[in-house]
Design a protein around this ligand. Sequence first.
Ligand SMILES: Nc1ncnc2c1ncn2[C@@H]1O[C@H](COP(=O)(O)OP(=O)(O)O)[C@@H](O)[C@H]1O
Ligand SMILES: [Mg+2]
Length: 604
Amino acid sequence: MAGVSEAGKPQQTMADFGFFSAVRLVRPFFRRYRLRLLVGLLALLAVDFLQLVIPRIIKGAVDLLASGAASETLLVDKALLILLVAAGIAVSRFLWRYLVLGFSRLLERDLRDWLFSHLLRLDYPFFQKKPVGEIMALATNDLAAVQLAGGMGLVAAADACIMSLAALACMAYISLPLTLLTLLPMPLLALLTRVLSRRIHKGFTRVQHQFSKLTEFARSTIANIHLFKAYGRTAAQIRGFDYLGRAYVRDNVRLAAVHGTLFPLAGLVGNLSLFLVLFFGGRLVIVQKISIGDFVAFVSYLYMLTWPMMAIGWVANLFQRGVTSLGRINEVLIARPQLVGPEAPLAPPAAVGEIEVRNLDFGYEGQERPVLQNINFQIKAGEFVGVVGKTGSGKSTLCNILARLYPVAGEAFFWGGVDVNQLDLAAVRSSIAYVPQEVVLFSRSIAANIAFGKPSASQAEIEEAAAICGIHDEIMAFADGYQTMVGEKGVKLSGGQRQRIALARAVLLKRSVVIIDDSLSAVDMETEQAIIQALARYFVNRTCIVVSHRIAPLKNADSILVMADGAVVAQGRHGELMARNSFYATICRQQRVDLSHGEEGHHA
Ligand SMILES: Nc1ncnc2c1ncn2[C@@H]1O[C@H](COP(=O)(O)OP(=O)(O)O)[C@@H](O)[C@H]1O
Ligand SMILES: [Mg+2]
């Protein structure tokens, strides 16, 4: 699919995203399907041309009848001609519908692909700011509006232009003064359209915004339904949903009211013209300037002009919606990942797994106080490092940074002695296996969940990883073993089972750096200790950073970082910290950690 590389240029600022910005954005897609569009518009042209022929045939017939020269055969000829023209119209109409409306679907698909692939290139922080429901609304409602504008809108605009020009030409051919007369009310229409379309734009922005709120509300409720039930909040959610639904309807009705004035007003202007034609055109017939046939044909043409006039309002509305929606999509398209590797990355360092953090400060966007302050530590390749600290002390934030999910300033994070910003992002990530604190399992088999990072993994590899994480026997106890499907969000598994499967997913990758963020919190203490012991063999020659709220599993670590309030307040081995750090000693006492064997590292 060429959609991604050949996509258009998003407008770089959010302000004033107008018609021309929209055109720039979608131009490449129009170019891609130009043949289809060309043939489709030609078919449209044919329909319009053939439609214009009909009044001429009628004029011939009327003039024949009026002059008394009509014979049965002549009339049959005219009737047959009309049938032929009608058949031509039918075929051409099918063609343009098929081609141009098909184009609008292709445009929609390409934009959707572009949006999706762009979203996947954005950083993790972006998604913490943008609710999923809002993104879903972009991919549904907004793309639908663009599709309508690019399909029916385009057709109606082209049709209105062709029809009005052609009808005007035919009318002018009959009588130029009469034609000019009928055009008198037109500027009025243009003015009306301009004023109203601005209000339509505003109204539509509001409607789309309401819709994304509604979508997000429904998503977050359904995704967390157990919580709403447990807390007896379902009735409140239903009321909340109803409230948002009402707001959506209210804004929609307001929009319809604005939109609704456009149509009748356009119709009124058309009828104003008809009034002029009947009055002045009739007089031209009386003074025999034009024939009755001409008069009838003229009125037919005027009717043909009424539709384009009405279409102006409709098309303006469709385009407004399309442009508004494209503007919302553009907002996402101009978002750039902050975390990108350098243009010319340095060669990967020899000492993979050697990590140094120097004077690192880090704050989340929009927060005043930095979450991490002046963090300093060094980890040698192959070390087992524990991280302890109260909740909120910044352990997970540190893990996210070490796993390269958040950008860091230069000269703060070194990877094998090299500033990590100088290295290829994908290369760094591919030497890390990260187990985030919050477990995510997919609705697939257990095997597929474990092999997530390496879908080509063999059954033996999967089982080995599971065994290391102490979950193999439990998986085998399921009737379907490794093929057991994990239910939507893994409801069939216990918290501890889910955590160990998530751990096995990382273990399977055999990466040189392993980051485990409190991933065994839901298993009992003995099991955690047993798993960490089983992992010890696996940890040899790998740099392992293990966050745990329990100290016991970290007793054998080469080094333990003690975090408090966003800072590393102490670092050392278990025994040293017990002796030196009262904060650490207090935690140990609370957890009744056996003080006897603290000194040996895990290699011992
Ligand atoms: N995505 C986020 N946006 C803003 N603040 C955050 C985010 N994640 C965590 N924090 C804040 O950062 C601090 C440290 O959180 P965290 O790293 O999760 O601590 P820990 O893992 O030690 O419990 C907390 O005060 C928390 O409120
Ligand atoms: Mg945490």
